[in-house]
Design a protein around this ligand. Structure first.
Ligand SMILES: NC(=O)c1ccc[n+]([C@@H]2O[C@H](COP(=O)([O-])OP(=O)(O)OC[C@H]3O[C@@H](n4cnc5c(N)ncnc54)[C@H](O)[C@@H]3O)[C@@H](O)[C@H]2O)c1
Length: 381
């Protein structure tokens, strides 16, 4: 027997307006938390290391988060330190902006609880290990280190010290991607047949960055690999990929700008990853999951939703241009997750096992592209 629909849905009042804001409007829920605080705000004291592209995003978020006291910024380049001093309000600011010769002094400050590391990848391992030695919780931009052995060392040290080490796979905190993953985890699609992701960068990173990026597989593909594996709750057992450098300057540094990765999972689920170092129409970030129960898809976003309708056709606004704007919310939510972990309110949602698997899969995918052969993967970490 089908029940008769009630005149007023359960989350609406008798005027027909929703009495409970939908959970999808997470920004409204954040507003409600500020409107009706349930407990006093305990702040975490933090130092930021490295203020280039990624570090500038985190600097803005650290300054704008009422749960954080930013005490130090450690930056190698003197001219950048000057610019940061201008951003934070000059010499009257309580935030100390220092060079890397001050690293030990900063980490030795007993009031410092955590560090955010956004220096180039090749420097991560040493700063992570040192920060853990000094008893600080660590938020580190992806990847945690250049290779599996060093990533293992970092997690081992974090485990021995009983301190959190967060690998900042920001896409996990994107509201659209995380809603999609939750619904896949809940079984809405049944056994997934196929996942497709597309990640095309914008703008093209500088050649100086590309030279020290550790290559497109470890610099870019790791994001998609993590997103796919997390969404499926599995790691692939076979990887096959092809890659090419259409740009001479990228071929000259023995890297690639265009990559296709196919992953096969236990049970037969397949995934396809489509990567490019440059899309001229903006930062192209999409995911699609397909199964017997249907398809879930997240598409590109624009900051302005205006559409124009003319005799020559319908036109949308440009999609978000780069990671700073596309993942603005994700970076903020990721930082709040880290603070929750430091304060013992949440467990890390990105584990050592997952981070190590991503590095292993990225290496296998690179090996496949360079040899032209599929690569089988065993997980013994
Ligand atoms: N999650 C993301 O969306 C995302 C986006 C971009 C970069 N990243 C990651 O962030 C890291 C940094 O990348 P980027 O593009 O910001 O690089 P970048 O070159 O723009 O910035 C790095 C900054 O660190 C400074 N620096 C170098 N060594 C230092 C040290 N020992 N101590 C303090 N400062 C130091 C440099 O002077 C520079 O200002 C990389 O690991 C990269 O993979 C992540």
């Amino acid at each position: 027997m089908t029940s008769k629909p009630s005149a007023t849905p359960s989350n609406t009042n008798n005027t027909g307006t929703p009495s409970v804001p939908p959970k999808e409007d997470y920004k409204y829920h954040d507003f409600l938390k500020l409107l009706n605080p349930s407990e006093p705000n305990k702040q975490v004291t933090v130092a930021l290391f490295g203020v280039g592209r990624a570090g500038t995003i985190h600097l803005g978020n650290l300054l704008g988060n009422t749960r954080i006291i930013l005490k130090y910024v450690v930056e190698e380049r003197a001219e950048r330190r000057k610019e940061i001093e201008n951003i934070i309000g000059g010499s009257s600011s309580p935030i100390k902006v220092v060079g890397i010769d001050q690293t030990n002094a900063v980490l030795g400050d007993k009031s410092l609880q955590a560090v955010v590391i956004t220096t180039p990848t090749f420097t991560h391992k040493d700063i992570v290990l040192k920060a853990l030695d000094y008893g600080k919780a660590v938020f580190c931009e992806k990847p945690i280190a250049d290779n599996n052995e060093d990533i293992k060392k970092c997690y081992q040290k974090a485990q021995d010290a009983g301190l959190p080490l967060l690998c900042a796979f920001n896409r996990r905190f994107d509201p659209s991607f995380s809603t999609l993953a939750k619904r896949v985890h809940a079984g809405e699609l049944g056994k997934v047949h196929m996942v497709k992701t597309c990640a095309r960068d914008s703008p093209l990173p500088s050649l100086e960055y590309l030279k020290i990026s550790n290559g497109i597989f470890h610099d870019c593909a790791v994001h998609d690999i993590d997103l796919v594996c997390w969404t499926l709750g599995q790691f692939p057992t076979r990887v096959f990929s092809t890659a090419i450098a259409h740009r001479k300057e990228i071929a000259d540094i023995d890297d690639f700008d265009t990559v296709a990765i196919q992953m096969t999972f236990p049970g037969g689920t397949m995934a396809l990853i489509d990567l490019s170092r440059l899309a001229v129409y903006g930062y192209d970030q999409r995911i699609e999951v397909f199964g017997p129960g249907g398809m879930l898809q997240c598409n590109n976003q624009s900051s302005v939703t205006l559409q124009s309708f003319k005799s020559e056709g319908v036109q949308d606004q440009p999609i978000l241009y780069s990671f700073a704007s596309r993942y603005d919310d994700a970076y903020k939510r990721q930082l709040n997750h880290f603070i929750d972990v430091v304060q013992g309110k949440e467990e890390l949602i990105i584990t050592a096992k997952q981070t190590l698997a991503c590095c292993r899969i990225a290496s296998a995918a690179e090996k496949s592209a360079r040899t032209g052969l599929p690569v089988d993967i065993k997980y013994d970490d």
